[in-house]
Design a protein around this ligand. Structure first.
Ligand code: GSH
Length: 217
C-alpha cells in the first residue's frame, strides 16, 4: 500500500502514452519526478527498465514501493490515490462505470489500433506489406473516432460536465492522429474538445515540460 507522501516517479518519453498520466499528475498538483526513458537508445528494452516494466513499454509509474504500468491503470490509480482532485467519480456509481468503459475502450481499441499505424513492422516482416497495414489502421481509426466524436458531442468532457482521467487519454490519442489524411482534430466535436483541453494549465504545463511544440493536435 502506498502512502500519500511516497515519491511519485513517472517514466516517460515525450508524446508517448506517458503523456496522459503526466497531465493527470499536473492536474493533481502533488510533487512528482519525470524520468526519461530514452527511446533513441531503446532504453525501454534495457534490463533496468524491464525490471520495472517487463513489457518494455512506456509509461511506468513508481509510487513509493508500488510499480505500475499500463496507461489506463496508472490513470485510475492516480485518480483514486488523490480523491481530492476529483478526477474519478465514486466507485460503484453510474459515472464510474462510464469512466471504466471509456478507459478500457480507449486503451484496448483505438490506442491498440494506433500501433498498426505507427509500428506496422510489428504486424508483418514483409516491407511491401507495411504501407497497406498502415493505411488499413488509419481507415479503421477514422471509423472508431467517428463514433467517439458522436459520443462526445458537445461534452464539454467525455463524461459530460465532469473532467476525468479519461480526458487526457482521449486528448493524447487526438494528438497522435494529427498526421492522418483527415486529422482527428477535424472531427466536428473532437477539434473544439482538444482546444478546450489544451487551454487547461496542467495540459499546457505537461506539453511544455515534454518539449512538445505546435501543432499540438
Ligand atoms: N498498453 C500499453 C501500451 C504502451 C505502449 O505501447 N507504449 C509505446 C509508446 S506510446 C511504447 O512503449 N513503445 C515502445 C516499444 O514498443 O518498443 C499502455 O497503454 O501502457
Amino acid at each position: 500500500m502506498s502512502d500519500a507522501a511516497a515519491v511519485l516517479r513517472l517514466h516517460y518519453y515525450p508524446s508517448n502514452a506517458s503523456l496522459a498520466p503526466h497531465i493527470v499528475l499536473r492536474e493533481i498538483g502533488a510533487p512528482f519526478e519525470l524520468v526519461l526513458v530514452d527511446r533513441a537508445v531503446q532504453a525501454q528494452h534495457s534490463t533496468a527498465y524491464r525490471r520495472l516494466n517487463p513489457t518494455g513499454r512506456i509509461p511506468t509509474l513508481e509510487d513509493g514501493d508500488l510499480v505500475l504500468w499500463e496507461t489506463a491503470a496508472i490513470l485510475l490509480h492516480l485518480g483514486e490515490r488523490f480523491p481530492e482532485a476529483r478526477l474519478v467519480p465514486p466507485p460503484g456509481s453510474p459515472m464510474r462505470a462510464r469512466l471504466l468503459t471509456w478507459l478500457f475502450h480507449l486503451s484496448n481499441t483505438p490506442q491498440a489500433e494506433m500501433r498498426g499505424y505507427f509500428y506496422p513492422d510489428t504486424r508483418s516482416d514483409d516491407p511491401a506489406a507495411l504501407p497497406g497495414i498502415r493505411a488499413k489502421a488509419e481507415a479503421t481509426l477514422a471509423d472508431m473516432f467517428a463514433y467517439i466524436d458522436t459520443a462526445l458531442g458537445q461534452g464539454p468532457f467525455l463524461l459530460g460536465e465532469t473532467y476525468t482521467v479519461a480526458d487526457p487519454l482521449l486528448l493524447m490519442l487526438i494528438r497522435w492522429g494529427r498526421g492522418f489524411a483527415r486529422p482527428l482534430r477535424e472531427h466536428v466535436h473532437l477539434g473544439p474538445y482538444a482546444r478546450r483541453l489544451l487551454a487547461r494549465p496542467a495540459v499546457a504545463a505537461a506539453f511544455a515540460a515534454e518539449g512538445i511544440s505546435a501543432p499540438f493536435v
